[in-house]
Each structure stands twice: as C-alpha cells, then as structure tokens.
Design a binder for this molecule. Structure first.
Ligand SMILES: [Zn+2]
Ligand SMILES: [Zn+2]
Length: 170
C-alpha cells in the first residue's frame, strides 16, 4: 500500500514506506506504462514543518516496452531518485503547474499513489529503440530489415521514375 499514516509520521518524525507495487496494479491502468515485474517503492515520509509533507526515496522497476521501429520486446530498467512534496495549498487543478502534489491535512492517511504514478510517467521514455541503427520493418511486407533485405526493397521503383516512363511511352 502506498498510504502513510500522517499521525505516525508526526509522532515518529518520519516513516519509511517500503512496498512492491505489482505490475498489474490499478495504479498503472491507463498510464501507458507496462511493467515486466513489480515496482519497488522506497520512500521516507516526513513533515517539512511548513504544512508540507515530503517523501524522499527511490522507485525501481523494469519496463516491458518494444522498439518503436522493429517492435522487438525490450526491457528497460527504471531507477529514479525522487523527492515528492505534498502541500495543503495545492489543489487538484494545480497539479502539473508546480512540483508539489495536493494533500488534505484533515485526512489521517496520505496516499502517495498518484504522485508515484506521476513521477514514473515523467521518468519514462515511451519512444525507445533497440539500437540507434535499427532498420525497422519493411513498410510493404513487414519483414524485419535487421535480419536482411526482404526482396521488395530491391524491386522498389521510385514513383518519380514511374511517372517519367509513363510519359515516354506515350
Ligand atoms: Zn528495433
Ligand atoms: Zn519488404
């Protein structure tokens, strides 16, 4: 669970939240993020004294992505050091404007989920390639051009020559 009891944080000074968020957790739904395994979350939560709550720590996981050119499955490691600031002065509409996330001081628990999800989305590159030299797939037959020419590349005729030839034939 990514919830922390603020009363406990107040009493103990800080609370360490250590958990594994499963790859299929509702937190990742509609985020565009696919994980190859659980995500390690380790955050130390403390009160900042100015009516803010600060969570500092790391997010670690392995993304299940695919090369955007050849669609080969890729596993990308994500390891982010994060500092999440929650402020009672921030409303839901402000999210994205600044660095702080909203929290409601009248509630006993602070849910870190939305902030963790937000940080992960920021840290992820959705456009990965297996290799900068990846040749991708043939747009005609779909063959993987990294494995060799597919045959249609050689026969391909530049449409401009086609047009010239048509004029000559007249
Ligand atoms: Zn590729
Ligand atoms: Zn081809």
């Amino acid at each position: 669970m990514l919830k922390v009891d603020l009363g406990r944080v107040d009493r103990e000074g800080s609370v360490l939240v250590e958990t594994e968020v499963p790859a299929d957790d509702a937190l990742w739904h509609d985020s565009g993020i696919d994980w190859a395994g659980p995500v390690d979350v380790r955050l130390r939560v403390s009160l900042a004294g100015t009516g803010e709550v600060v969570a500092r720590g790391s997010l670690k996981g392995t993304l299940a992505q695919e090369c955007r050119r050849c669609l080969r499955p890729l596993q990308e490691k994500v390891e982010e050091e994060v500092t999440l600031v929650f402020s009672a002065d921030v409303t839901d509409e402000d999210v994205g404007d600044g660095d702080a996330y909203p929290f409601d001081p009248s509630k006993r628990d602070l849910d870190l989920g939305e902030a963790v999800r937000g940080e992960v989305i920021l840290a992820t590159n959705p456009y990965v390639v297996c290799d900068p030299e990846c040749r991708g797939l043939c747009p005609r037959c779909g063959a993987n051009l990294n494995e060799g020419a597919c045959g249609c590349t050689a026969e391909e005729v530049d449409p401009r020559w086609e047009a010239l030839r048509a004029q000559k034939d007249r």
